[in-house]
Design a protein around this ligand. Structure first.
Ligand SMILES: Cc1cc2nc3c(=O)[nH]c(=O)nc-3n(C[C@H](O)[C@H](O)[C@H](O)COP(=O)(O)OP(=O)(O)OC[C@H]3O[C@@H](n4cnc5c(N)ncnc54)[C@H](O)[C@@H]3O)c2cc1C
Length: 403
């Protein structure tokens, strides 16, 4: 390695929403962080490759982002999500036959979540990292390899340089290089299902209600966005079997608008596409362990779930919350084997429960046979009707930890 190597407290592989949040949070606590990613973040909505999915950040995630100095940047762009409406449209016609509102007012004053476009979250995260003298963010450079020792980790980067750190965090997505370097396996569930993500304009205001419509193939979810040119707008995630999702993605916009309007039961008036459609293969995945020597896995490097109930990034922020609790006050503790084992022991069962819950909801939403769809409708009515159960479900959805 001829040249002098650089030393950091933490090296983070991955500058997706999770890795950038981790860099900001540890950097704000005075730790010296290097964050690397081979793909520079696309930070303009109009730019090619802009990520027009949105993320609903739940209350616990918002607390964490506030502490990292991020929430003041995000809040002006966020749409509050106060009510989650679940609609069953699983009868013979595509019409609502049961609709139930889960209202955040039942739990307190704050909304369930705040919804933001992903490209905008990336823009604000990158701007926050620019402010932090403690963080070195190197977009365009990936992690090539990771070697771990008892006293440090050695990261070889895509540009040929090497850095040493007390601890590594793998936030490098579902095909994690870090997970591979640690020799960790992962269990996967494949669904033969894809999600179409896009945004629409509509005539009926959303009233800060997120609406999830179940029929078959998977949920059709509309999440509030700020108005565009005076028209109400929503982000949509529409899950269908692979073949059906691909057919829908290839339709001309006018035919697509008509099919999307029908699938939404016309609840918001005619829907009109205002963005590209992106297609996302659906899977669930969990790494066999969330840590290795001096290394923690977080976010999609550790777990993937289908986008139901806004769990994905919020589970990642819960990983980050625990990493900050364990390592965020004293750099000397970074990489400590006992603390990493505690991270794995605490997070893995919590994540397993969520993967199980989301998998179940997804399978229920995919159901084709009419009797099963009728059973689903009856189940929703039953859960909703028992208010303590309803509140427990809402708290669990927000990520309450059973400490
Ligand atoms: C359609 C859809 C809608 C969703 N909606 C929501 C929602 O409403 N709420 C929610 O909480 N979650 C949602 N999610 C989930 C959420 O988007 C993801 O959980 C989250 O973006 C994952 O972030 P990540 O940073 O782990 O992964 P990624 O975004 O995949 O980031 C991984 C990063 O690692 C980088 N990388 C890869 N290899 C290397 C390497 N060798 N070295 C360094 N870097 C590397 C990649 O370039 C990438 O930038 C949704 C997901 C989908 C598909």
């Amino acid at each position: 390695m001829g040249t002098a190597r650089q030393e950091f407290d933490i090296v983070i592989a991955g500058g997706g929403l999770a890795g950038l949040s981790a860099a900001a949070a540890f950097g704000a606590r005075g730790m010296h962080v290097l964050c690397v990613d081979p793909a520079p973040p696309v930070i303009a909505g109009e730019a090619a490759g802009a990520d027009w999915r949105t993320t609903a950040i739940l209350q616990p995630g918002q607390d964490l982002l506030s502490e990292a100095g991020l929430w003041t940047r995000l809040a002006p762009h966020a749409s509050a999500l106060k009510v989650m409406r679940i609609v069953d449209a699983g009868g013979r016609e595509i019409v609502p036959r049961l609709s139930r509102d889960f209202d955040s007012a039942d739990l307190g004053e704050a909304p369930f979540a705040w919804n933001l476009p992903n490209w905008l979250i990336r823009r604000e995260l990158a701007a926050r990292l620019d402010e932090l003298a403690t963080v070195d963010f190197r977009p365009g450079t990936g992690l090539a390899d990771l070697a771990t020792r008892e006293t440090e980790v050695l990261a070889r980067l895509g540009d040929g340089s090497s850095v040493a750190a007390r601890m590594a965090i793998g936030a490098d997505g579902r095909n994690s290089r870090v997970r591979e370097a640690l020799g960790l396996g992962a269990r996967r569930i494949r669904y033969n299902q894809k999600a179409l993500a896009f945004a629409v304009r509509h005539s009926v205001p959303h009233g800060n209600v997120s609406t999830e419509i179940h029929r078959s193939g998977g949920p059709f979810t509309l999440v509030p966005l700020p108005d565009r040119d005076g028209s109400p707008c929503s982000a949509v995630v529409w899950m269908e079997s692979n073949a059906e999702a691909e057919r829908l993605a290839a339709l001309p916009p006018e035919s697509f608008d008509a099919e999307a309007t029908a699938r939404s039961c016309g609840l918001f008036g005619p829907l009109e596409l205002v963005t590209e459609r992106s297609l996302w293969p659906m899977m669930a995945m969990m790494a066999d362990r969330f840590c290795g020597q001096r290394t923690a896995l977080m976010a999609e490097a550790a777990h993937v779930v289908p986008p139901i109930g806004a769990q994905g990034l919020n589970m990642s922020l819960a990983d980050l919350g625990l990493l900050l609790e364990l390592f965020g006050t004293d750099p000397e503790t970074l990489g400590d084997a006992a603390l990493l084992a505690r991270y794995d022991r605490t997070r893995r069962p919590e994540v397993a429960a969520r993967v199980f819950g989301v998998d179940l909801l997804n399978r229920m939403s995919m159901m084709e046979p009419q009797p099963l769809r009728d059973l689903r409708k009856a189940g929703l009515g039953l859960i909703y009707g028992i208010s303590p159960v309803r509140r427990i479900m809402m708290k669990a959805g927000l990520g309450a930890r059973g400490k």
